[in-house]
Design a protein around this ligand. Structure first.
Ligand SMILES: Nc1nc2c(c(=O)[nH]1)N[C@H]1C(S)=C(S)[C@@H](COP(=O)(O)O)O[C@H]1N2
Ligand SMILES: [Mo]
Length: 342
């Protein structure tokens, strides 16, 4: 097997697997007007291209290592399409243009941004094909951007418009989820530093009620929070290392990339929670309910097989969620659920 060097704290997705992340759009190309991609804003010649016109450019093949912020990686993905640079050459950015906002044809008009300098240096591809086939609609077909060297949230699905701007305009995830605007996986730029007020945090911890709150990056490691009510809370990148969370309720919470290393989650409920990229190594999950939770990129055991979480026959994990785990994670969890791991 080929050895790939992975950025810190990423794991290989199962071979051939490409998880779906973000908004679900059945097939935006099937609704409304024919697809065009426009480049506008601070350019000399705003231009739009139909898909056929994009296909008439010299097509470039590019092999890209995909690194999702929720900790799965898919190295060696082969895309083909038009280098963004070729479109910019036609449109001619004005000297004051310093940022690009990529905007999707999707229900929420999803967007993400890059500096013009980064976009040119990284070699952004306007991709039409994946592994020799037209790009599938669920992965952003008919056309998406692919940005090498950045977490995959900088790669926009269903590209409709590129706007050149003098000032940066934060993208959807960058604004909504606190995702880092630089997004370099080698420097682990997953999140901006949270700005939760220390007094407010203390008060919430005392009350043990986080329900419905946005607590991105909360630091609650080593706390005694048995019975915590965190239903529907936004707890991306929150720290619960070594925390007592017996019978805590995280139903429907967003726990992506949350840190539960060594936490006591006995009898806790994480039903329907987003646990993508969450770390459960060394945690006690006996009797915990993770039914309907999303587990892409989640860890239950270290890469060397140590620090395995405690799960038992009373731990509930749905079969679909098991399928989302990487092969080594899945093997470990499946064995525990069948009672054959200590
Ligand atoms: N339009 C749009 N593009 C998007 C997103 C989204 O929600 N909407 N999510 C981003 C994120 S976080 C990731 S990891 C990748 C996922 O692409 P995939 O579903 O093809 O794996 O798309 C990125 N581009
Ligand atoms: Mo992502």
């Amino acid at each position: 097997m080929v050895q790939h060097k992975l950025p810190p704290n990423q794991q290989l997705a199962a071979p051939g697997k490409w998880p779906l992340v973000g908004e679900r759009e059945a097939d935006p190309a099937r609704r409304g007007a024919p697809w065009v991609v426009g480049v506008e804003g601070l350019v000399k010649k705003p231009t739009t291209w139909s898909l056929d016109e994009l296909r008439a450019f010299a097509q470039v093949e590019q092999t890209v290592d995909i690194h999702c912020v929720t900790r799965w990686s898919r190295p060696g993905a082969r895309f083909a399409g038009v280098p963004l640079r070729a479109l910019l050459d036609v449109c001619q950015p004005l000297p004051e243009a310093r940022y690009l906002s990529f905007v999707a044809r999707s229900a929420r008009g999803h967007s993400t941004s890059l500096s013009l300098a980064d976009a040119l240096e990284l070699g952004v591809l306007v991709a039409l094909r994946f592994e020799g086939q037209p790009l599938a609609p669920e992965h952003g077909g008919p056309v998406r951007t692919v940005v090498p060297g950045r977490y995959f949230y900088k790669s926009l699905k269903w590209l409709e418009r590129v706007e050149l701007l003098a000032d940066d305009r934060l993208g959807f995830w960058e604004q909504e989820a606190g995702y880092h605007n630089q997004a370099d996986p080698w420097r682990e730029q997953r999140y901006i530093v949270p700005e939760l007020d220390a007094n407010e945090a203390r008060r919430l911890l005392q009350k043990r009620d986080f329900s419905g709150r946005n607590l991105l990056g909360l630091r609650a490691e080593g706390r005694a929070l048995a019975g915590l009510d965190a239903r529907g809370a936004q707890l991306r990148n929150a720290h619960f290392e070594g925390t007592t969370l017996k019978r805590a309720r995280f139903d429907g919470a967003n726990l992506s990339n949350a840190h539960f290393t060594g936490a006591n989650l006995k009898g806790a409920s994480l039903a329907g929670a987003d646990c993508e990229g969450a770390d459960f190594c060394d945690a006690d999950l006996r009797g915990a309910d993770l039914s309907g939770a999303s587990l892409f990129g989640a860890s239950f055991v270290a890469g060397d097989g140590s620090r395995g979480a405690r799960l038992d026959a009373a731990t509930t994990i749905s079969p679909e969620a098991l399928e989302q785990l990487t092969p080594s994670q899945r093997a470990y969890v499946a064995a525990c659920l069948q009672g054959s791991n200590p």
